[in-house]
Design a protein around this ligand. Structure first.
Ligand code: CUA
Length: 155
């Protein structure tokens, strides 16, 4: 079988790009700890507001510099709408939705998960820079989607 020179060249370029992309994935996963959120827990979407910890949404301190923020997403708000922590805090967000799929993205951070009815999402982030961070829903969830936001305030 004769393989044309250009075909060989394109195959070689393809192989190099594939190896580079796999290498980048491995590098991000091992060196920087970038990974998909794993399975955390399930919750009955109709009973979210009665099920711990979602029956008491809010922020609580779990240790020195460690906080846990329990958040419920609903059309079209986050409960609580504002999360305040001191600078340098490591915050574990535990969140779910009580109706439809919502997004959970905190600007200028790697916090970016979906809130899926029935599923619990968990994401950890350390806030070193003081300021106000917008928490936005980035999954289209209905007519009020564009107004669905909250705030993380780092003091
Ligand atoms: Cu909630 Cu878009």
């Amino acid at each position: 079988m004769k393989v044309h020179t250009y075909e060989k060249a394109f195959l070689a370029v393809g192989a190099v790009l594939l190896a580079a992309c796999l290498g980048a994935l491995l590098y991000a996963g091992t060196v920087h700890g970038v990974h998909l959120p794993g399975h955390v827990a399930r919750v009955d979407p109709g009973q979210v507001m009665q099920t711990p910890p979602f029956n008491q949404p809010g922020v609580r301190q779990t240790g020195p510099g460690q906080y846990e923020a329990v958040v419920v997403g609903m059309a079209f708000a986050f409960i609580p709408g504002q999360i305040t922590v001191p600078r340098g805090s490591t915050v574990t967000f535990i969140a779910t939705s009580r109706d439809v799929i919502h997004g959970f993205h905190i600007e200028r951070t790697r916090v970016n998960v979906m809130l899926i009815p029935g599923q619990v999402s968990r994401v950890v982030h350390r806030f070193d820079e003081p300021g106000e961070y917008l928490l936005i829903c980035h999954e289209y969830c209905g007519t009020g989607h564009h107004g669905m936001s909250g705030k993380v305030i780092v003091q």
